[in-house]
Design a protein around this ligand. Structure first.
Ligand SMILES: [Cu+2]
Length: 261
């Protein structure tokens, strides 16, 4: 009976996990296909760490089970004492150095990736200032276009539009509390902190839309802070800019420096 209940629970948990893959507004629990060089770098790093980690985990667990079963007390003569290795210098050095090497290799590749992804780059073709607020994101293109986006769970949020094949420098600011901008297919989590600017960048080589969300608990509306990044061809993007300029001129929105409401 207990086994059946467990099986049922396992099945429903699996069904929930699979059904939530493309749920409204959420991001997939499965790694998306990266579409920006930094997203690709993060994915490669993740795979490069995970595969050796899984191999080491399986190796340790198999060795442990083998020792526990093969050398269990009931199979040894009464009063048996196994060979003692306490104080064995060679072994002590080996099992100190081996994990140290593993951790240093992970640290090195992680550090290189972080340096690549979160620098204020200077070879960009476009700069967008992304401001996190309670609860949504503003995208300031610096040419008069400011996309003011309010978070919602009732459908899709206003997308952050970029042209394809363009290096876009991203400058992050927080207008009230700390938020974190995260689109897994494109970049790592970047905190939007009041009074301190963080930087990242993106370069998307295909037309499409990718989802993300705020990754820093920032208040009651945190769950509504969805992100949609939409990459357009350069000509579509230029048209989009003209349309934004026209509508913003028709109904001027409050300047981004206005006090948060
Ligand atoms: Cu937030």
């Amino acid at each position: 009976m207990a086994a059946r209940a467990r099986a049922l629970f396992g099945l429903s948990a699996a069904a929930f996990l699979l059904s939530s893959c493309d749920g409204l507004g959420g991001i997939s629990p499965i790694f998306p296909t990266p579409v920006s060089p930094n997203g690709e770098g993060i994915y490669a790093l993740y795979v490069g760490i995970s595969i050796p980690a899984i191999i080491i985990f399986i190796g340790v667990e198999v060795a442990l089970l083998w020792v526990v079963l093969r050398y269990r007390r009931s199979r040894q003569p009464a009063g048996y004492v196994p060979p003692q290795i306490h104080g064995h210098t060679g072994l002590e050095v080996a099992w100190t150095v081996a994990p140290l090497v593993v951790v240093l290799v992970i640290a090195y590749f992680s550090f290189v990736e972080l340096q690549r992804d979160f620098q204020p780059i200077s070879n960009h073709q476009m700069l967008v200032v992304i401001r996190g607020h309670q609860f949504g994101w503003d995208y300031d293109y610096g040419n008069g276009v400011v996309v003011h986006q309010e978070g919602t769970l009732a459908g899709d949020v206003t997308p952050f539009v970029v042209p394809v094949n363009t290096v876009v420098k991203l400058q992050f600011q927080g207008t009230d509390v700390i938020h974190s901008w995260w689109v897994p297919a494109i970049s790592g989590k970047t905190d939007a902190v009041p009074g301190y600017d963080n930087f990242s960048w993106l370069k998307i080589n295909q037309v499409g839309s990718w989802r993300g969300e705020c990754a820093e608990l920032c208040g009651v509306g945190h769950g509504t802070m969805q992100i949609i990044v939409q990459a357009m061809s350069q000509s579509d993007y230029d048209q989009w800019v003209q349309k934004q300029l026209a509508t913003q001129k028709a109904s001027p929105s409050p300047s981004p420096s206005a006090s948060p409401g």
